[in-house]
Design a protein around this ligand. Sequence first.
Ligand SMILES: [Zn+2]
Length: 299
Amino acid sequence: MEYEVEVMNADYRIRATAADGLLRTVAVNTTVTARQAQQVHDAWPLAAAAMGRLLSVAAILAGDVKAAGARLTVEVDGQGPLGRVVAEVLEGDKLRARVQHPQVELPLRDNGKFDVGQAIGIEGTFRVIRQEGAGRWYQSQVPLRTGEIGDDFLYYLTQSEQIPSAVSVGVLVGTDGLVTASAAVLVQALPGCPESLVEEVAARFQALEQISRRVADGDSLETLIRLVVPEPIHWAEAVPIAWACWCSEASVLEALKALPATDLEELIADGGAEVTCHYCRRRYPFSASELAALKEDRA
Ligand SMILES: [Zn+2]
């Protein structure tokens, strides 16, 4: 089926405004990216769902982080069995993710959904870090509410931006255990937006149910947006997004350089080291002499 192929190969983000600019909305399809994250980390469905949800949240937040080298990181660590889950976006369109413990399984919740909340836990924070080019960075965080990521994202938005928001974040995993759909949609009410419109949007979200199921069934992001905000809608251009890792030998060397001297000496004594990128699992081998040169270099 041609259509399915098209859906599966096209992750993107689209923005739009409605109600004469009083409502703004962003939606992302991260299906292919989430599936790639699952494959790279050999992740079981629960971890894949958590990474997919976080990738969608990061993709939404990164819409205005497009400058060269600009990076946005979303991180959750609630002391649950998955450990730390991180999603990062470079220059607005390159996405990568990692999870500390990718092979974790928990019983499904009563509604048949993955218990991402239990898997992430709530003893920690939902943190967003924005790095804009040359070293300037900003960080904001809120305590985790449920660990479900969608709820935590919503709490983050209402706390940090103080804008009434509605959000739906979902990942669907097929019977084969692989991510079938991953998407999110956000609507925010701008100053001057009447309460009645905020309520209408909330009611539309209530009726939306599982967006990942809709995406799996072939609904586009445009269709999802039409379901949550009233016409007329003004569309901005859709932006393709995709899995990518920007690690390099140079960036790994930088990380090694930052190690305490005793650690470096230990690696040299061990005859070298192999560093694995936490995001893409690519391996970077360094010989003892390379490490010794690095140590010299640093001194
Ligand atoms: Zn990498």
